[in-house]
Write a protein that binds this ligand. Structure first.
Ligand SMILES: *Cc1c(COP(=O)(O)O)cnc(C)c1O
Length: 389
């Protein structure tokens, strides 16, 4: 049979009904102790696949296999959160004395880990302009071991030229690590664009229902052993019921994402015409500075984007945000529901200066009716006008 399309792979990946009484979904194994039949098996160099609950069960292997296949990598390990995916990947590939280059648009808690923990263990941490492109060559040093990319960037959605940067990093002997959460494994294929280690916050779209914390690290064959070793050495394990929920979410990822994308784009275009809005930051808009690279490398957009208001006035921002009924104020994203979150990139950037006309507000387009969402936004802007006049 010919190479299967993603929408077919997502249905079969990680499943083996024949090995499980014909039952469609992989079973949930709750396990700590795994019994060995005899001393010979216990002492054998070639240990059985399942050795101890922490090291994985057929439940975890099923989701790992599915994510590895969708990302297009060699193998995957699961972590207890998306952040733990980022931290374990960094720990696995950095030693004292190494230098790491991290995009200035990186997810905030990843930056926090680099500043607080990596530095304490003797790693040199340097942030770079997400739009540096080929200019990354000037920042690579003999001890640069990891180039960390995230595209589009958290909150500000800069699109990085990953293939160009990866070529330069590889020539200098550095690994390319990517936080691929925004696009999910469906809309960006990291290993076709030079990435060696790809991280997903499974919490977001893969799980998709705002009820699980999980992450994944998928690697090339060359980067796998160091990743698996650190994952094991640090004692990382995930709960089987959460793996089951993430696997259930994964099956519908494609249809959900298509709707998140459509609604997100409709809202983004609507915002572009609003007098209260200075600009809309959404890579799938032709007016977006990252649009050409996005169109070249990505096959779709998620439902997460930002707007910049014309005003910084916090009473006006509150009059808008607090009036929204269908957009919950909350961290995270990727569930079925719409969300809103004001963000202040100027507070944490160090390699670049964030200059904006007004308050940045991040939106997650959920699966509600888009007409209802627009009516809600319209009413909230009307309420804002009572403050701004
Ligand atoms: C949410 C998020 C994470 C962290 O995921 P958690 O499961 O919340 O720890 C990492 N990277 C990006 C880009 C995210 O949006």
């Amino acid at each position: 049979m010919s190479e299967k399309k993603t929408d077919t792979v997502i249905i079969s990946a990680g499943r083996d009904p024949e090995a499980n009484f014909g039952i469609v979904n992989p079973p949930v194994y709750h396990a700590s102790t795994v019994l060995y039949p005899d001393m010979a098996t216990l002492r054998a160099k070639k240990r059985p696949l399942v050795t101890y609950g922490r090291r994985g069960t057929p439940t975890t292997f099923a989701l790992q296999d599915a994510i590895a296949e969708l990302e297009g990598g060699y193998k995957t390990v699961l972590t207890a959160s998306g952040l733990a995916g980022c931290t374990i990947a960094l720990l696995a590939h950095l030693h004292a004395g190494d230098h790491v280059l991290i995009t200035d648009s990186v997810y905030g808690p990843t930056r926090n880990f680099a500043d607080k923990v990596l530095k304490r263990y003797g790693v040199e941490v340097e942030y770079y302009d997400p739009l540096i492109g080929n200019g990354i060559a000037a920042l690579l040093r003999p001890n640069t071991k990891v180039l960390f990319v995230e595209a589009p960037g958290s909150n500000t959605f800069e699109v990085q030229d990953i293939p160009a940067m990866a070529e330069i990093a590889h020539a200098a002997g550095a690994l390319v690590m990517m936080d691929n959460t925004w696009a999910s494994p469906l809309y960006f294929k990291p290993f076709e664009h030079g990435v060696d280690v790809s991280i997903q916050a499974v919490t977001k779209y893969i799980c998709g229902h705002s009820d699980v914390m999980m992450g994944s690290i998928t690697t090339t064959e060359a980067a796998y052993k160091a990743t698996l070793d650190m994952h094991g050495d640090i004692g990382m394990a995930v709960a089987p019921d959460d793996v089951y929920l993430a696997m259930r979410g994964l099956r519908t990822l494609s249809v959900r994402l298509a709707r998140h994308m459509e609604t997100g784009l409709t809202l983004a275009k609507w915002f572009e015409d609003r007098p209260e809005v200075a600009r809309v930051i959404h890579p799938a808009l032709p007016t977006d500075p990252g649009h050409e690279i996005w169109k070249r490398d990505f096959t779709g957009a998620s439902g997460l984007f930002s707007i910049v208001l014309k005003t910084h006035a916090q009473d006006a921002v509150a009059a808008f945000v607090d009036h929204l009924e269908l957009f919950g104020i909350g961290y995270s994203w990727g569930g079925f529901e719409s969300l809103v979150m004001p963000q202040n990139p100027g507070d944490y950037r160090t390699a670049t200066k964030w200059e904006a006309e007004g308050q940045l507000i991040r939106f997650h387009a959920g699966l509600e009716d888009v007409g209802d969402l627009i009516a809600d936004l319209e009413a909230a802007f009307a309420n804002m006008k009572t403050v701004t006049g």
